[in-house]
Design a protein around this ligand. Structure first.
Ligand code: PMP
Length: 388
């Protein structure tokens, strides 16, 4: 009775067709398995085989850098095809990180004052926000920067007169609510880190190419290979580039060669033909999911979804609804203050709003897992809404 393949945790039996009735819908994690079928259809062309003797040494390249020139070329081509970021031939620098997670802290380090005479940089972001910004700061507990909470606390403040550096994280589209956020603070003492993990046609219209001072991308949500741990940053200022490079070199001595090789292979497949196949597949999958979800919530007064407006997309050359990676669900009834518990009782596991520094009236549900995961989620949500 052993299954022929790995069943979803909710199924058992030789062909995974037996639904386990006590099973919950797991919509917590951001694992992007929705892209698995794309790669299954390209199993051979996307595979790599690395012999034991190959590239054994530390990953310094001929020019002394730690990054593959070929991979830089692919990244340039990718942004050119998608039109989501401007990389200037003479004016931009690229660094690689172990996922974008490593680059987030490298960027904070690079923007912070490096003299004990200066007061620590104040790091801020707008709620609801991805919690790692805060938890990383707290873990590293540096003398050079401090996490200072929500950006809005400083908006009307005379921060521009303060002799302190502000570092603002801008996540666009935002995790958890999918909004195309923009920077709130500006001034000569404000540095901005743009986290573009989700700025791909899978999840949002691309209104125009981003041209920010420091932009961070990752293959995790682009190709779905979160476990490869590969991200990159596009940087305008040479000094910032040098400080980030020094951080990356001292922290991990660059990104694993094996990860770079896999990223190269995957991006090569993404760029095949006119380079649009992955994006068409990802968008159509996410669009189907969002349409189904909206339909269910349109029958509910008790629960609502985030409101996102359509925008013109320069990639698809048409106006389109956003297709967010996560549903940001709100429990509307006064007594449903703990939305997470309400959904959990209906066998729907999400993540509490408070994890994102929002009220627990909100819950994040992942829409980027496997089709089975999504179908189970839809099934339980439909039942819950029918009970109203
Ligand atoms: N930024 C945001 C907004 C994210 O949601 C994530 C992953 N969930 C990351 C960065 C980190 O991605 P990775 O380290 O896998 O590149």
């Amino acid at each position: 009775n052993q299954p022929l393949c790995d069943c979803n945790t909710c199924y058992a039996g030789p062909n995974c067709s037996l639904f386990l009735s006590n099973c919950s819908a797991h919509a917590e994690s951001g694992d992007p398995y929705f892209l698995e079928p794309f790669w299954m259809g390209r199993a051979e062309s996307s595979g790599i085989l690395v012999s034991g003797w190959h590239r054994m040494g530390y990953n310094f390249m001929n020019d002394g850098s730690l990054i593959s020139e070929m991979l830089v070329k692919y990244i340039n081509k990718l942004h050119h095809v998608v039109g989501n970021a401007i990389i200037s031939k003479n004016g931009s620098f690229i660094v690689f990180g172990c996922g974008s997670t490593q680059l987030l802290n490298a960027a904070v380090y690079a923007f912070s004052p490096n003299s004990s005479m200066d007061s620590p940089a104040k790091v801020v972001t707008s709620a609801p926000y991805y919690p790692i910004y805060r938890t990383q700061m707290q873990l590293f507990n540096s003398r050079d920067y401090r996490y200072e909470g929500d950006t809005s606390l400083w908006k009307n403040n005379s921060f521009s007169q303060m002799n302190t550096t502000f570092i603002e994280f801008v996540t666009s589209p935002n995790n958890p609510d999918g909004k195309l956020n923009k920077a709130i603070l500006n001034g000569s003492n404000v540095k901005t880190i743009h986290d573009f993990a989700y700025f791909w046609p899978h999840f949002t219209a691309i209104p125009s190419p981003a041209d920010e001072d420091l932009m961070i991308f990752t293959i995790s949500k682009l190709t779905g290979h979160a476990g490869t741990r590969f991200g990159w940053a596009i940087i305008k200022d040479k000094g910032v580039y040098e400080r980030m490079s020094s951080y990356l070199s001292l922290n991990t001595m660059g990104v694993s060669r094996d990860a770079q090789l896999r990223a190269l292979k995957l991006l090569g497949v993404v760029l095949e033909g006119d380079g649009t196949q992955l994006f068409k597949f990802a968008y159509s999958t996410m669009k189907n999911r969002w349409t189904k979800l909206k339909e269910i919530f349109s029958n509910s007064k008790r629960f609502s979804l985030q409101k996102l407006s359509p925008e013109y997309c320069t990639f698809f050359k048409t106006s389109r609804d956003p297709t967010p990676a996560y549903a940001w669900v709100k429990c509307e009834r006064e007594e449903d203050r703990n939305c997470y518990e309400i959904l959990k009782a209906a066998k729907i596991e999400g993540r509490e709003g408070s994890l994102y520094s929002a009220e627990d009236r909100y819950v994040r549900l992942s829409l980027i897992k496997t089709q089975d995961d999504f179908d189970i989620l839809i099934n339980y949500l439909t039942k819950l809404v029918h009970q109203e």
